[in-house]
Design a protein around this ligand. Structure first.
Ligand SMILES: O=C(O)CCC(=O)c1ccccc1C(=O)O
Ligand SMILES: [Mg+2]
Length: 367
């Protein structure tokens, strides 16, 4: 049993080593809200708001999440007794969507629940892997810079390479990379920058032996994704289109994709993420864990999630040092030989570094 006594929102800003560019947005400094949930025994669980400062990836932002947490979500939870984190989605049912806001606190309650049971978050979620395979993402930039980055990450041992593309640069990027690296496991993420009218351009991508193409079309268009998947040899992976387990059922029924990217933030939390994992497993749709240029707290949650059985493709889970000079954990997350060991300590398995959080603080609010 957990009785939620106090929720603290640590709004921080973390300097990115380099700006990160996708088809439709650039991230400079990374703002984030670290969510600390404290129960009546004084124990803390941690989660993170993974929304960005502008709504380029989904409609949520750091500010909308703060508003939702402060005015709607936290009041629903304070002084409530919860016996399992999977009760949270039904408590939040009164609030439409706002999945990243909900997921931040739900993740913190999962961490707390695992800690109270003296179990790892991985085991608590039903994870079965002792280590996970890691992939890495290369933002859009000059071709030579993208190639140099792949060289470096290849030497680091990463097992799968994802490049951001848009219709205006895809062929140049993929042609350039395949000339130097004909055999690396490569995929491309378009972040909804194509439409079905561009099907000829999309069809050209079949020439590059891609593991998959991620979210080519609009987020609310699983019908056209089904049409595109009929025409393309390359498997389609959905990211932005999948925000609930119902979306997954529809996408599978329509044949809109062959792979799914799961991000707990996008789908409203780890409970829904696990449900999506289970549905995909049942339908032989492989899944992998997506990334949000997040701090170590969300990274630790991702590692636990990716330890579940149907995460058979390396996800976007990189070392803390890919983006950060110093992460918010006592111990930096490190990819070695393309893998991360799933921690077996209690909860998310990494200890939060309060000194660093204090240094990065934009504001702090306690409820
Ligand atoms: O966390 C990472 O390493 C980057 C993952 C990534 O591609 C991404 C980063 C921010 C927003 C959306 C996406 C995406 O997968 O579309
Ligand atoms: Mg994506």
């Amino acid at each position: 049993m957990m009785k939620i006594k106090n929720v603290i929102l640590h709004h921080i800003s973390l300097k990115l080593k380099e700006p990160f560019r996708a088809s439709n947005g650039i991230v400079y400094d990374r703002e984030s809200i670290l969510v600390e949930v404290i129960d009546h025994d004084g124990m803390s669980g941690w989660g993170e708001v993974v929304a960005f400062t502008s709504p380029w990836y989904t409609e949520e932002t750091i500010q909308t999440c703060f508003h939702m947490l402060k005015d709607f979500i936290i009041p629903l939870l304070l002084n409530k007794t919860v016996s399992h984190p999977n009760e949270l989605p039904s408590i939040f049912q009164l609030i439409k969507r706002n999945n990243m806001a909900k997921a931040s606190i739900e993740g913190a309650v999962w961490d707390l629940y695992a800690k109270k049971n003296r179990m790892s978050l991985s085991k608590t979620l039903g994870g079965t892997r002792a280590e996970i395979d890691c992939g890495v993402v290369i933002g859009i930039g000059p071709l030579q810079q993208m190639i140099d980055q792949i060289h470096k990450y290849n030497e680091d041992g990463y097992k799968r390479f994802k490049v951001k593309i848009s219709p205006s640069n895809a062929v140049k990027i993929l042609e350039g990379i395949r000339t130097i690296f004909p055999h690396i496991p490569l995929m491309a993420d378009a972040n909804s920058s194509y439409s079905l009218k561009d099907i000829k351009l999309l069809k050209e991508l079949d020439n590059y032996n891609l593991l998959m193409i991620e979210q080519p079309l609009a987020s609310d268009d699983i019908i056209h994704h089904a049409k595109a998947q009929d025409i393309l040899k390359t498997p389609i992976c959905l990211d932005e289109s999948i925000v609930t387990s119902e979306d997954v059922r529809h996408a599978i029924e329509l044949g809109s994709c062959k792979v799914i990217n799961i991000k707990a933030g996008r789908v409203g939390g780890l409970t829904e993420a696990k449900k999506i994992h289970d549905i995909c497993m049942e339908h032989q749709i492989p899944v992998w864990c997506g990334g949000m240029i997040e701090t170590g707290i969300s990274r630790a949650h991702n590692i636990a999630l990716a330890s579940l059985g149907n995460f058979t493709i390396p996800g976007d889970i990189s070392s803390s040092s890919k983006y950060w000079y110093e992460d918010v954990l006592m111990q930096q997350i490190k990819v070695e030989h393309g893998k991360i060991k799933v921690p077996d300590g209690i909860g998310m398995g990494y200890e939060v570094n309060r000194e660093i959080i204090k240094k990065l603080l934009v504001s702090i609010s306690s409820f």
